[in-house]
Design a protein around this ligand. Structure first.
Ligand code: 1HE
Length: 268
């Protein structure tokens, strides 16, 4: 996959680059297929926080031929029960910074998107998969369970029945199959995921900040509410976003014919 050049530290676990309004966060442990250790998940968290202060959207990508092989099983095998619980809780905290932070994230996926790698991708807001991407939850084969938020995020994304199928049978899905299951939004040819993800992040970066904040923080909460409560919170969020100076200017721009119209797919 086409990797970004320039400002990054090749020997760091995470590569970080700011491209305009978009922060590119690269998982950079290709010799271990980007398997996530304790130190690695901390580095991802630091990069996500940095992106939240410097960028208006972010992209998470993986160096090498695989996005991420999940939990570092070598490190995990050495853990006590309590360390294992604490490790999982730390993944939850850090992936929550992605899912319910201040800026939207797009993930660019190729090769293995496995176990914790799928959990990481599920914490991003948009998933772009290359044809080579494959998805699996081999926790059952390893004798463990998901611990990076998958039972919540992946189950809600593709349905707990399908997630259960993946975990029980070790089923491996192609990018096209995962698209049919709703787990990825875009399937692109080899080498095209990063550019597509950066373009989508750029689009999202152009939205009003408060609208993006509401998408990240109100939508998943409304999903967890009753319909009645969800509709009420929706009305409050709607009024709150409308009341910002940014919304006033954007609405005026449309009414004064200074803003782009919505174009039908395929239109220039
Ligand atoms: C690893 C890991 C890992 C690779 N932890 N070291 N995840 C899994 O069960 C997936 C396990 N990995 C694989 O099935 C394969 O490595 C891949 C399909 C991802 C890639 O295959 P391949 O042939 O390209 O690479 P490889 O030769 O298997 O691996 C290269 C090296 O990476 C090798 O180390 P080396 O020292 O022998 O070179 C592997 O041992 C190492 N490696 N994956 C540690 N995961 C928060 S809970 C989440 C729970 C889970 O994520 S469970 C799923 C775990």
């Amino acid at each position: 996959m086409g990797e970004p050049a320039g400002r990054d530290e090749a020997d760091a676990l995470v590569r970080y680059e700011l491209r305009g309004d978009v922060a590119l966060i690269g998982l950079n442990r290709p010799d271990k297929r980007n398997a996530i250790s304790d130190r690695f998940v901390e580095a991802i968290g630091a990069a996500v926080l940095r992106a939240g202060t410097e960028a208006r959207a972010g992209v998470i990508w993986g160096a090498g031929t695989h996005f991420c092989a999940g939990l570092d099983l070598g490190e995990h095998a050495q853990k006590s029960l309590m360390q294992s619980v604490q490790g999982s809780r730390q993944w939850h905290r850090i992936f929550d910074l992605i899912e319910r932070g201040t800026i939207p994230f797009v993930s660019a996926l190729q090769g293995a998107v496995v176990g914790g790698g799928f959990e990481l991708a599920a914490s991003t807001h948009i998933r772009v998969a290359e044809d080579s991407a494959f998805f699996a939850l081999p926790e059952g084969q390893r004798g463990i369970f998901v611990g990076g938020g998958g039972s919540v995020r992946i189950a809600r994304l593709i349905g707990s029945g399908r997630m259960g199928d993946m975990m029980l049978t070790g089923r491996v899905l192609t990018a096209a199959e995962m698209e049919r299951w709703g787990g990825v939004s875009y399937v692109v040819p080899e080498g095209a995921a990063l550019d597509k993800a950066v373009a989508l992040a750029g689009q999202a970066a152009g939205n009003a900040e408060m609208t993006n904040y509401a998408i990240l923080n109100a939508l998943p909460r409304i999903r967890d509410m009753s319909s009645e409560d969800g509709l009420f919170v929706e009305s409050l969020m709607s009024a709150l976003t409308t009341g910002t100076p940014e919304a006033e200017e954007r609405l005026r721009a449309f009414l004064e014919k200074r803003a782009a119209k919505v174009a039908a797919p395929g239109d220039a």
